[in-house]
Design a protein around this ligand. Sequence first.
Ligand code: 5GP
Length: 127
Amino acid sequence: MPVSGLPPYDPDNIFARILRGELPSRKVFEDEWALAFHDISPQAPVHVLVIPKTPYCSFADFTAEASTEEIAGFFRAVGAVARMLGLEAPGYRMLANMGEHGGQEVAHFHVHLFAGRPLGRMVPAAP
Ligand code: 5GP
């Protein structure tokens, strides 16, 4: 079920629990700012999630409240993950769902990286 992408932040959301090591994940990258791991239900041959280590519900509060250092550190990590996985030459899609209409299900800000085949339309046609 899509969630509100707006605060308050729930410290017991799934990604917070993965960050604390309470739930397992297939980790692909970690640094001071971010953790990246494979999505549990991949929508493409490569489907990796990159999350900041700090508690923000969505792109909205991350970009409004995080420090410049956190934002830069996080997006550098996203780029590093794509590079590390060899996604730059074939290309990839980076996506962040925000709030109900965005289809966001986990209220800890995250970026999806999709790759491994041509990804088609950016947004599905209206039903
Ligand atoms: P959202 O819709 O919030 O942008 O994306 C949430 C993503 O988290 C979904 O693609 C979903 O498959 C993934 N996900 C949900 N629970 C887990 C989990 O426990 N582990 C992992 N690795 N991914 C999860």
